[in-house]
Design a protein around this ligand. Structure first.
Ligand code: AMP
Ligand code: GLY
Length: 426
């Protein structure tokens, strides 16, 4: 089999690395990929951008690939999976209609409301004045979100009405996210502990992956602005077997059934961002894809052939599948450019990647790296996802940081407390 993976981040490195391990797979083509992916066995990168729907469809056809796996949300929301299917290709990833679950927060909230899927209360506004008047009447914390895709920056968790009005200004007056801010959702601020719950779905059955937890804020102790994710681990102890069971019954299965009932059957990874409190989970957001960096620890400890699972999802056979996990904990620490998620410099030479990657049970996934004169240099905000696995979360955390400490560049920034929530529990 030949597989095309679309995307260029740490998630796509983990996907390509895992797909390449399948005995069925002869070659993994990754567009546009990154330099870490290009040096993996069986993997090759192709210089086609992940938002070039025509170019990717032409590439998949000319390379005669048997399966296309779409990593990021933007091409899914823009209809890449539909275009590929229209060209007769097998695709793991939702249609544009189904990906609306991530592409429009208004769509997702209304769907949850209609099908009684647990989430916070909300109001939708298409006009600044009415939204501001609503905010004037509330007190306490509130969340203001742009409706459309905003690269993870469109949600503002506000401690009071003044912060909320400032967020509303950013979205509707400054139009910081362009048309993605034509509608805003103002919603209940949920409290508790977050977890990422990701599953395969074929449109009817739901096969959950192990639980995981991301660390979104940039600084230790969950301080500072939100990022795409500064680290993740799996499994997440907040998702006990009872909580897992409730999430499946109350959220994952009802959501997949709801989309089917709405005529938007969903095939791919479905990711629910959850807030968990007193054993009950409520939905913060849905994503139409695998998480980044959750993909790194999840795929690093997955034993089952990923391609078999993806093909089963495409063929509607997930009900008969199961997933085996190594009985280990896995931790990914994201190493980022100084300044991220704000502006940062590129082109800093990176030392120590090979040394870190040579440690047993450690894998260094690349995200924003480049090659200059044969040396690895920084090329993005999130640069590397240093991932380790061990028996027990404490040892996995220690091993991940041992590998992180081998790697350096000017201005490097990473959190020192990834996995701490799993370590210190009541
Ligand atoms: P989103 O852009 O929807 O993924 O939200 C990004 C982050 O904002 C989430 O991971 C949460 O930490 C936080 N967040 C989003 N919605 C809420 C909410 N309703 N209540 C509390 N925190 C939220
Ligand atoms: N790690 C959060 C996300 O992928 O959206």
């Amino acid at each position: 089999m030949r597989v095309l993976v679309v995307g260029s981040g740490g998630r796509e490195h983990a996907l390509a690395w895992k797909i390449a391990q399948s005995d069925e797979v002869k070659e993994v083509l990754v567009a546009p990929g990154n330099v870490g992916i290009g040096s993996e066995p069986k993997c090759r990168v192709a210089a086609v951008s992940s938002d070039d729907i025509g170019g990717l469809t032409a590439l998949a056809r000319s390379e005669k690939v048997d399966l296309v796996v779409v990593g990021p949300e933007a091409p899914l929301v823009a209809g890449l999976a539909d275009a590929l299917r229209g060209a007769g290709l097998q695709v793991f990833g939702p249609s544009a209609d189904a990906a609306m679950l991530e592409g429009s927060k208004v769509f997702a909230k209304r769907l949850m409301d209609k099908y009684e899927i647990p989430s916070g209360y909300f109001e939708v506004f298409d006009e600044y004045g009415a939204a501001a008047a609503y905010l004037e009447r509330i007190s306490g914390p509130i969340v203001v979100k742009a409706d459309g895709l905003a690269a993870g920056k469109g949600a503002f968790v506000c401690s009071d009405k003044n912060e909320a009005l400032a967020a509303l200004n950013t979205i509707m007056k400054d139009r910081a996210f362009g048309d993605a801010g034509n509608l805003v959702v103002i919603e209940e601020c949920l409290i508790g502990e977050e977890a990422s719950f990701i599953a395969f779905t074929d449109g009817k059955d739901v096969l959950p992956l192990a639980s995981s937890q991301d660390h979104k804020p940039v600084f230790d102790g969950d301080k500072g602005p939100n990022t795409g994710g500064m680290g993740a681990y799996s499994p997440a102890p907040v998702v006990t077997p009872e909580v897992d069971d409730r999430i499946m019954r109350e959220i994952m299965i009802p959501t997949v059934r709801a989309l089917e009932a709405e005529g938007k059957p969903y095939v791919g990874f479905l990711y629910a961002g959850l807030m968990i409190k007193d054993g009950k989970a409520r939905v913060l957001e849905f994503n139409a894809r695998m998480g980044d960096p959750e993909a790194q620890p999840l795929l690093f400890r997955m034993e089952t052939d990923l391609v078999e699972l993806m093909v089963a999802a495409i063929e509607g056979r997930l009900g008969r599948m199961s997933i085996r996990w190594e009985p280990l904990d896995a931790v990914c620490v994201v190493m980022a450019s100084g300044g991220y998620p704000g502006s940062y410099q590129k082109g800093k030479p990176i030392q120590g990647i090979e040394k870190a990657g040579a440690i047993d049970r450690v894998k260094v996934f690349h995200a924003g790296t480049g090659l200059e004169d044969g040396r690895f240099v920084t090329k993005g905000g999130r640069v590397l996802g240093v991932t380790a696995k061990a028996a027990g979360i404490a040892d996995a955390v220690e091993l991940a940081y041992r590998a992180v400490d081998e790697i350096s560049w000017e201005g490097v920034h990473f959190r020192r407390d990834i996995g701490r929530k799993a370590l210190h529990r009541d």
